[in-house]
Design a protein around this ligand. Sequence first.
Ligand code: C5P
Length: 231
Amino acid sequence: MSTAAIIPAAGLGLRLGGEAPKALREVGGESLLVHAVRGLSAATAAGLSCFVIAVPAGTEDVVAKQLDPYVGDAELRIVAGGAERTDSVRAALDLVPLDGIDCVLVHDAARSFVPVAVIERVVAAVRAGSPAVVPVIPVTDTIKRIGPGGEVLETPDRSALVAVQTPQGFDPELLRRAHSLDGAGATDDAMLCERLGVTVQTVEGSEDAFKVTRPRDLLLAEWILAERRGQ
Ligand code: C5P
């Protein structure tokens, strides 16, 4: 049995600015998407046999050529993404092989520097019997829920809150069932499983799995890369 990785990489990255779609923006001379694929490939215990990447329509060939050297023996499939992240994941999920896969990872291209240990923890938890698994880190800010006028409605107990990252890991049949539902308003795939009443298990994430969202995140990405390359 092996793992398939879906990478939604079709976002335009408007908050990041710049000309290229976010996943194709470069850090240290390579695109965020290349960094993400290389990171997943390095997680040998995950046993990745297939990558399915959702990209902006029209970039399929460029991306296929760019990623080919980094997938090793795994199969590479590319699909045009959709209007929302959920649409992109669903389009990619349709290309995940039906046989021989016991875990499907869904990993944001923008979380390009997730450590191998996090990826392997997620896959191990799925293989140990949890049908939906998410990596998390504690929140450091106090979080408040606010009303339409900006007024504070409540302050949840911070010790019970976590920030959720990717890769998220799933039993393939569950993920297909979750994506057969209306995905409106879903900001991650675990949320779709929650809507089915399935218990989602958390494992320890990492600060390095942050999502490149705003221009300053590129600086942090450069710094992490330089540190890893021992510069
Ligand atoms: O916009 P956000 O940063 O939440 O996007 C998370 C991930 O989902 C990114 O890797 C982005 O490329 C991807 N995405 C996508 N299709 C969309 C929107 C976002 O694949 N329509």
